[in-house]
Design a binder for this molecule. Structure first.
Ligand code: T46
Length: 139
């Protein structure tokens, strides 16, 4: 799907446990300006329901599992993040919804920009219009 793909990280495994290094511009395609994590999500809760205009992010469920629905006006995909070795890159103009957080889920997010509400599109009809224009120009 356009602007969405999975990334496999490699762990340094030893008898002392595992370590996963993530390097900006190497394991992920942008410089990280912000990190946040989502945890303690009550059962049945759905989050997201927005797109970003410019932001690029990589989502990693470092504990537990969560489902991520990603959408353009013409494509839709659900990916289960259930391993600290799996990342999901989400680029600009992708609608996302996160749901089925397990009790122990910790969703770590690496972001290419600082937080700004002006980068959010929270209205789906507005998203459809802007995303159609964006993907028409990108093709
Ligand atoms: C995304 C998904 C995966 C901040 O103050 N700073 C931040 O860096 C972020 C991300 C959020 N906030 C505030 C804004 C809201 O008052 O935290 C509150 C919850 O944010 P939001 O409702 O946007 O959370 P989610 O889980 O719906 O979405 C978040 C990110 O906002 C979004 O970029 O892609 O996680």
């Amino acid at each position: 799907m356009k602007n969405v793909y999975e990334i496999d990280f490699k762990a340094n495994m030893s008898n002392f446990g595992n370590l996963v290094p993530i390097e900006a511009m190497n394991s992920i395609p942008f410089s990280v300006k912000r990190v946040y994590y989502i945890y303690g999500v009550p059962s049945g809760t759905k989050r997201g329901f927005h797109s970003h205009i410019n932001l690029q992010q990589v989502l990693i469920c470092v504990s537990g599992s969560v489902k991520i629905l990603t959408k353009t006006p013409s494509e839709e995909e659900v990916i289960t993040l259930d391993s600290p070795l799996k990342g999901l890159y989400i680029g600009p103009m992708i609608w996302r919804e996160m749901y089925e957080f397990s009790d122990n889920a910790v969703l770590l997010v690496l972001a290419s920009e600082h937080y700004t509400e002006t980068d959010y599109i929270r209205d789906y009809s507005k998203f459809e219009i802007l995303a159609n224009e964006y993907f028409k120009e990108a093709n």
